[in-house]
Design a protein around this ligand. Structure first.
Ligand code: FE2
Length: 445
């Protein structure tokens, strides 16, 4: 046997199970038994009651621009628009090696944090498509451990940028998995509508998915989401279409939002919200009170629409911080979208995992079941809510039966009123105490 995990918690409140792996596939899932382990396994993991879940999923990141913050200059206003201007100054110095080195570094950070499915946008408003070719190459280089999808993303427009549509189609011809768009950035409303029609047409002709940056602006008049949802419905692409950001929805009036919600439900499209970046970039043109600048995550999730959370930017012209940490993302989403109900907090865990898998369309190779791929994270937490609260990183990350990452669980030793305490943010589930007591074990003085 390749690997065994003892005492795994698959669902909040469920009985523990023992999980066995053969040839990269889950071969058995049985109720936890102290006798498990009689048959030798090459690798034994004692989960000790920790959560064992399918890998985290990153549905929206820009790996071509990552780790370029400050090059050639910093974004001093902090706006999305200055970010695009700074990026267009950096673009001419892009090389294949430059893109691969930066993008692979972030993929390593993601793998170490249990993110094994990644959808990256890649700017294709570059006549040479250098970054696109580099990310397509990287997609193959990492394919034995993770799934990387590349979106052909026309950062400076399809209709309003010279040869925009031609470059977009060429990117898809070269192998991009997903067709992007940016309708709110096009010069006119009509150009924006046309750009979405072009993106959907290319997706239909090349059998691809669609993921548009849509209404990423505080302008309550920006309503391309209705165009995208309608095109998704009429083309039949439906759940193969994603609207990313849709921050203008946070500014729509109630009557329009009500009408739109019904259209979104009927269309079956996915939404991706990027809570950290939307909070950081939106509301920049407001006087006080400043808007949060997020789409209506809470209401859409309650209405049954698939919404996932993405990191968007990591150390780039739009955001100088970030580590692509999925638990930090879920935690930020709780704050930004006011998802503070117990079930809502647990759902934010899904928004950086299973809901992201639906966005990527990878459900067939996602999930823990006998006969399914043995890719999972062992998160030392007593529930999904506990994992989000303490932003717990996986102690082990397993990809197709192989241990990809292992974290040293060394606790912090704290001298506190004459006693030494161990503050343990990693191994908490081992203690089996109530949630709020998890992270602190007092030692005898
Ligand atoms: Fe984005």
């Amino acid at each position: 046997m390749q690997l065994r995990v003892r005492g795994a918690l698959l669902e909040d409140g469920a009985a523990l199970v023992d999980l066995e792996v053969e040839d990269g596939v889950v071969s058995s899932l049985e109720p936890h038994s102290p006798d498990a382990g009689r048959r030798g396994a090459a690798v034994e993991i004692d989960a000790a009651g920790a959560l064992v879940r399918p890998p985290f999923v990153e549905p929206h990141i820009h790996l071509d621009a990552t780790l370029t913050a400050g090059e050639p200059r910093w974004n001093s206003s902090g706006t999305l628009w200055e970010g695009i201007a700074v990026w267009s100054e950096r673009k001419p110095s892009i090389t294949r090696a430059d893109v691969i080195a930066r993008a692979e570094q972030v993929l390593r950070w993601q793998a170490a944090q249990g993110v094994l499915f990644v959808r990256s946008h890649c700017d294709v408003t570059d006549p040479d498509l250098t970054a696109l070719d580099a990310l397509l190459e990287l997609r193959e280089l990492v394919s034995d451990v993770m799934v990387l999808q590349v979106v052909a993303f026309p950062q400076e427009g399809i209709v309003s940028f010279p040869r925009g549509a031609e470059l977009l189609e060429e990117a898809v011809r070269r192998g991009a998995d997903v067709v992007g768009a940016i309708p709110h950035y096009e010069d006119t409303r009509e150009d924006g509508v046309r750009s979405l029609e072009i993106a959907v047409d290319i997706a239909e002709r090349y059998d691809r998915m669609v993921d548009a940056h849509c209404d990423e602006i505080d302008d309550e008049q920006s309503r391309f989401i209705e165009v995208l949802a309608t095109l998704a419905m009429r083309s039949g692409l439906r759940e193969r279409v994603t609207a990313s950001h849709t921050t203008a929805m946070g500014s729509y009036n109630g009557a329009y939002a009500h009408k739109l919600q019904r259209l979104l439900q009927r269309s079956g499209i996915n939404l991706v919200s990027n809570p950290m970046i939307n909070l950081a970039l939106q509301g920049r043109f407001d006087d006080y009170p400043k808007r949060r600048g997020l789409t209506r995550v809470k209401e859409l999730v309650a209405a049954g629409v698939n919404v996932a959370f993405g990191a968007d930017d990591v150390v780039d012209p739009w955001f100088p911080l970030g580590t692509a940490n999925p638990m930090m993302l879920a935690h930020s989403g709780v704050l930004a979208a006011q998802l503070t109900g117990q079930a809502e907090i647990a759902e934010t865990f899904e928004m950086v995992s299973s809901r992201g898998a639906r966005v990527l369309g990878v459900e067939a190779s996602y999930g823990l079941r006998v006969g399914g791929p043995a890719s999972f994270v062992v998160v030392p937490a007593s529930s999904r809510m506990d994992a989000v609260r303490r932003q717990v990183a996986p102690r082990w990350v397993v990809s197709r039966g192989r241990v990809l990452a292992e974290r040293d669980p060394s606790p912090v030793r704290l001298q506190w009123r004459g006693d030494e305490h161990e503050i343990d943010f990693v191994r908490a589930a081992d203690e089996g105490a109530a949630t709020w007591r998890h992270a602190s074990v007092q030692r005898e003085a």
